[in-house]
Write a protein that binds this ligand. Sequence first.
Ligand SMILES: Cc1ncc(COP(=O)(O)O)c(C=O)c1O
Length: 445
Amino acid sequence: MAVNKPQNEGARLDNFWMPFTANRQYKTTPRLLAKAEGMYYTDVEGNSVLDSTAGLWCCNAGHSRDQITDAVSKQIKELDYAPTFQMGHPLPFELAERLAELAPADLNRVFFTNSGSESADTALKIALAYQRARGHANRTMFIGREQGYHGTGFGGISVGGMVNNRKAFNSQLLPSVAHLPHTLDIERNAFSKGLPEHGIERAEVLEQLIALHGAENIAAVMVEPMSGSGGVILPPKGYLKRLREITAKHDILLIFDEVITGFGRVGDAFASQRWDVTPDIITTAKALTNGAIPMGAVMVSESIYDACMNTAPEDTIELFHGYTYSGHPVAAAAALATLDIYRDENLFERARQLETEWEEALHSLDNLPNVIDVRNTGLIAGIQFAPSSEGIGKRGYDIFTRCFYDGVLVRASGDIIAMSPPLIMESKHIDQMVSTLERAIKQAI
Ligand SMILES: Cc1ncc(COP(=O)(O)O)c(C=O)c1O
């Protein structure tokens, strides 16, 4: 039985069609957050809730940071909005320079968006534009991966591999996409600490797909270095390197969707650096502004940018793409303040330092009832449960609600609990997260 506890009885909840939510179920037992500070939310009833999810993989520096709030307030008073189509203002230029400093290799050209979904679609469009600009107009096909998540635009759901996100829209997906197999292999890799040993051979399927479709028709391979929404699916050792080798051999672009792995989550600025694999394009969003203001950024190699620039006459628009809010001044101010915090508090290194303690604590749950896998990397964990006899996802949801009413926010994705705490976390928070989970797992259906 799920734990039900109504909250906020007076509120009218009918009008908001909530995203990725069982609306009718939620609205009978709403969970409403009212405030946030540091590692904690406070709900509308005044209960404190420890955040083990950084919101939704967003608030890597913890919640309601004064530095970000101040930067946002100052900016909105000074320049609320300015267009970036044939106009400009200093902040996105400054932010792009800062991002280029953090980026691996020469991924120094930055296109701003408002979300991870827009970053994904932007990256795909840049890949097509680049192939065309360099005279490879046939290269239009994309290769994604099963269980991949690249947001909810038509490009993202086409290249992504989440069946529920695709099936209602199936007839209108991008026409030319193939998918690699996912890398979850509980039989061989259950309870791995860090990256799993087995599965590098799944990268070889890329060679088969290329043989089948022809390298000359393929624009790009797009994967998350670590799949978050698909259920915390880690790359087996050597797998990402192999994807890089194969794409390079066939002159195909490699796009890493780092919307959740970016900005310290795996103990380095980007997963690309942590796992020492340099793609051609990286997509970001979420923790770019610590979740405070919507913003995404796509970081592109200089050669891609140059190809798009050099093949167009100087006085023409080189890429017919952009958003009204690309490089929005308030979002850029939030991002700059966020990057300052990450740097000044060494938060990426902190994530790396906490990794072992986090790993040990999470794996203390290995032998609890119905736990079939615990996996982790950086400050990420996935705990997978055998489905209950009541149906797939019921046990995950039950554990999620039990944790919430016991004061810890986790995220349930089917029968997987995903955790991605703010990087400011301390040992006492790890203890609270793990002991709360332990209680919930023992009591759950
Ligand atoms: C890897 C990845 N890409 C893209 C997105 C989409 O981001 P948004 O919801 O900001 O559009 C997400 C969101 O969780 C994500 O995890």
